[in-house]
Write a protein that binds this ligand. Structure first.
Ligand code: CS2
Length: 492
């Protein structure tokens, strides 16, 4: 027997491990996924795994646009990996078989374009994170000066970026007289379908105005709301799961019981019956998206910056402090909820209570540092949209501006005890430059960061209710630290 998880090992797995109910040899490719990270493997790949028995034509070819890590782990495993669902009640294990092949885009560029241009490929899904769209986060338009976009426009046939791959594959399909695939973004962007469509259309226009019109008129980009908390896998996870399986799995994914996927039903080339796996198909995703981005992700980022600064390793550790729970409850109840138009049938109170419990899940080691990443790309849709709505109605923003201030303090790259912070952000160098120029002055730091229009737009830097509030919080963070700022927090 093999000592590694793979097709041959499936039959001998312990009975408690769920495994594919379909014959993997019958599965063909219907979906190409870009960005094969843990989130995709704990979310869309699981929904798809659930429907392959009904229709095996929706197998996934998954590409990583950068590193070969996932390929190295999954290739010897025939694409199989374990999904571990953890809570206080224990751990459920399921081997997922929907990924047929992993492609490392930088070294198999032509292969990836070939699969994307294949008539069988009817959907291209994406989880490339916010920064993978190469857009300006404040306006949602293509950043034409982005180095990968500059590269891809010069070398259309060997793209690096997600927009570059998609537009080149669409161009080839059009030349071959094939219908375009549906582009299904599964990232936490505002109006994610509309944003990806705007970015792709502009990129295509820059290649050729005709192609731009084709993308604008013919390519469907439904919006989605995706939700499942998926912390990075640790070595302990690998060890524990390997023991339970009886064979090694080089890269299992660990997640929570909760999962949600809301999708606009616009798939001209067909789609899997994901609803039978629990996905919801709706006419308008926006109310779901606002609810999720503002309540879950807005709270998450606030907890990440303040929690990290206060010395907490994980979200659950941070939430073990009552003062943080109070702050987050207040943020959700007082400042975010009044801005939401709830989706039909949704129960706001139970949604928020469930969020608090999810953040508290002690079985998940979700690092504050992981969520703190790429803040420049996340703040607009997580906090700043809510800030704008509140300012428009003259309502207070004390907790929202504390979240923004904590981000500012965090991106200085120096923690409260003087230890360096490993700030990961596509704008890290620029943020660092502002921080270095500001010294220890909250005013200088805030002023320098507000001037980054890609984050704050043209309006917020000119509104003293916002700039004054954030700067005052930032001064307090410098003065008494995040822990005390939260425990002594009094809204206005
Ligand atoms: C998190 C999200 O890392 C982050 O920024 O806020 O990945 C979050 O866990 C997911 O959106 C939950 O659905």
């Amino acid at each position: 027997m093999s000592d590694r998880l793979n097709d041959d090992a499936l039959a001998d797995l312990p009975a408690r491990v769920q495994r594919p109910a379909y014959d993997r040899r019958s599965v063909t490719t219907g979906i190409v996924h870009l960005g094969v990270g843990a989130f995709h493997r704990a979310h869309q790949a699981v929904y798809t795994d659930d429907v392959l028995l009904q229709d095996p034509s929706w197998g996934i070819v998954a590409a990583s646009l950068r590193s070969p890590d996932t390929y190295d782990a999954l290739q010897p495993q025939d694409g199989l990996y374990t999904l571990s669902v953890r809570s206080q009640d224990g751990e459920a294990l399921q081997v997922i078989g929907s990924i047929r092949r992993v492609i490392v885009a930088p070294r198999e560029t032509e292969d990836l374009l070939t699969v994307m241009s294949d008539p069988q490929t009817r959907i291209v899904t994406l989880t490339v994170t916010e920064k993978g769209y190469c857009h300006d986060p404040a306006t949602g338009t293509l950043n034409e000066a982005h180095p990968d976009i500059v590269h891809d426009l010069a070398y259309l046939r060997t793209p690096k970026s997600a927009p570059g791959f998609i537009v080149e594959a669409l161009r080839r399909r059009r030349m071959a007289g094939l219908p375009p695939f549906t582009v299904l973004t599964c990232d936490n962007l505002p109006s994610n379908g509309r944003t990806v469509k705007r970015v792709l259309t502009r990129f295509a226009e820059l290649v050729d105005p005709e192609l731009g019109r084709f993308v604008a008129d013919e390519v469907s980009c439904p919006s989605t709301m995706v939700d499942r908390i998926v912390p990075a896998t640790t070595d302990q996870d690998r060890e524990r799961i390997g023991k339970a399986l009886g064979v090694a799995d080089a890269w299992p994914v660990v997640t929570e019981p909760f999962t949600q996927w809301v999708i606009e039903d616009r798939f001209p080339q067909g789609r899997p019956a994901w609803e039978s796996a629990g996905a919801e198909f709706v006419g308008d995703v926006e109310p779901y998206e606002h609810m999720k981005l503002r309540l879950l992700n807005g709270s998450h980022s606030t907890l990440a910056y303040l929690g990290y600064l206060a010395g907490h390793e994980t979200v659950a550790d941070t939430m073990a402090e009552e003062a943080f729970v109070r702050l987050i409850r207040g943020l959700m109840d007082e400042e975010v909820s009044p801005t939401l138009h709830m989706p039909p049938g949704a129960d706001l109170e139970s949604y928020k209570s469930a969020l608090i419990e999810r953040f508290r899940n002690p079985a998940l080691k979700h690092r504050t540092w992981q969520i703190a990443m790429d803040g420049s790309q996340k703040l607009p849709q997580r906090l700043l949209g809510t800030v704008r709505d509140r300012l428009r109605s003259g309502a207070p923003i004390a907790r929202l501006s504390l979240g923004v201030a904590a981000w500012m303090r965090y991106v200085t790259g120096v923690g409260e005890k003087g230890a360096p912070i490993d700030v990961r952000d596509p704008m890290a160098a620029r943020l660092r430059e502002v921080a270095d120029g500001a010294g220890q002055s909250a005013e200088n730091l805030a002023r320098g960061l507000f001037a980054i229009r890609e984050i704050f737009g043209d309006d917020l830097p000119g509104d003293p209710r916002f700039t004054g509030g954030v700067t005052a919080h930032l001064a307090r963070l410098y003065e008494i630290g995040a822990g005390r700022t939260v425990s002594e927090f009094k809204p206005d």
